[in-house]
Design a protein around this ligand. Structure first.
Ligand code: SF4
Length: 355
């Protein structure tokens, strides 16, 4: 590791002048840094900021988070997606209380061993909170380094990852590793953007191999895309004369574990989903039908919501079903695909924004 790289000083100067004011910046509280890092994985800064402030208010310390019920944590997370992040956050908070007396661990290996914390998050916390010399490589840093050094190996291949990790360590400012890591990420977020990077205003363009060869758009090189699985969900929303309906908690190891949903029938194809619709339509009185396409990282969900008026709720004793008034739905955490339907559909009022 060396501090002599000319890129490092230029980057640091640029960061001092151009960095965004964000509520977790300039904090050395490892709990706050951890929260912000986990929330901002897969989430835009403007959306993530509201959730960050909400978490800090609801759970001011690791101990507060650890002692909260999982349902409360998932409810606070509602709308952010990738719910395993919230479950891991909660599990890690409990481990910090059980194993470290509620004090956030201060060495890299201990931080890295916590549930849900990978190389990137461990390096970010270790460098920003404790000034430890670990380079944090997220998607932004990957892109910046792949362009700076015109890395020919795909960035998602083992060789590409190794090369980028080594170069990130080489560039690291060991005197101010936290600032340096944030500067790299900020450059990727504000200047070296995925499309149309603003090279003219880039502080390190004279060092950038992709810029010099006018090949910014050719990097980073990526391997083939991950295969996406299509799934066909039909949610059956029964509403009886007392304005009561049925929901259940998703307990199985699958997407949205721990969240709630209406009775679900999963089909193998869109054809099977249509057959199911025809069959339900002949048995019950249809109030409303809506279709949504919901895209997750590896799954494409074709979701149909069918709401029916019924005299008596069917399946009320089926599979841990909860019976409740529709105006009580707000008390439960639902996946975003369902809150989207609930805010669009007639007669419901559920929001998926932080409250
Ligand atoms: Fe990215 Fe352009 Fe700067 Fe190179 S010169 S690091 S491509 S913004």
């Amino acid at each position: 590791m060396s501090n002599a790289h000319p890129i490092t000083a230029k980057l640091s100067k640029w960061y001092e002048k151009h960095r965004r004011k964000l509520p977790w910046r300039d904090s050395s509280n490892p709990y706050h840094i951890w929260l912000s890092e986990v929330i901002l994985q897969q989430t835009r800064v403007d959306q993530g900021t509201a959730y960050y402030l909400r978490f800090v208010e609801l759970f001011p310390t690791v101990r507060d988070l650890a002692k909260a019920h999982e349902d409360v944590v998932l409810y606070a997370w509602q709308g952010l997606g990738y719910y395993s992040r919230a479950r891991n956050l909660h599990a890690a908070a409990k481990a910090i209380v059980d194993n470290y007396g509620g004090e956030f661990p201060s060495d890299y290996a201990a931080i890295r061993s916590l549930k849900g914390i990978g190389d990137y998050t461990a390096a970010a916390i270790a460098s920003i909170a404790y000034g430890l010399p670990h380079a944090a490589v997220d998607g932004n840093v990957n892109r910046v380094i792949a362009r700076l050094f015109a890395i020919e190996a795909p960035v998602d291949s083992p060789t590409g990852k190794k090369q980028i990790a080594a170069l990130a360590e080489e560039l690291l400012d060991c005197k101010k590793p936290g600032n340096h890591n944030q500067a790299m990420m900020e450059l990727g977020a504000l200047v070296c953007t995925p499309r149309n990077p603003n090279c003219t205003n880039c502080p390190i363009k004279v060092h950038c191999a992709a810029f010099i060869s006018k090949k910014q758009d050719s990097f980073p090189i990526k391997q083939g895309k991950t295969k996406v699985r299509n799934r066909y969900f039909t949610y059956v929303v029964f509403i009886d004369k007392n304005q009561e309906t049925l929901i259940r908690k998703r307990e199985e190891k699958d997407i949205w574990q721990g969240l709630h949903e209406f009775p679900l029938i999963e089909s193998n194809s869109s054809h099977d989903q249509e057959v199911l619709y025809s069959s339900l339509d002949t048995q019950y009185s249809l109030i409303d039908a809506a279709n949504y396409l919901h895209i997750l990282s590896h799954q494409k969900l074709h979701i149909a919501f069918l709401s029916f008026r019924v005299e008596v709720l069917p399946f009320a004793d089926w599979n841990n079903t909860i019976r409740l008034k529709i105006d009580e739905l707000n008390r439960f955490a639902f996946p975003r695909a369902l809150t989207r339907y609930l805010s669009d559909a007639k007669g419901f009022s559920v929001s998926n924004a932080p409250r």
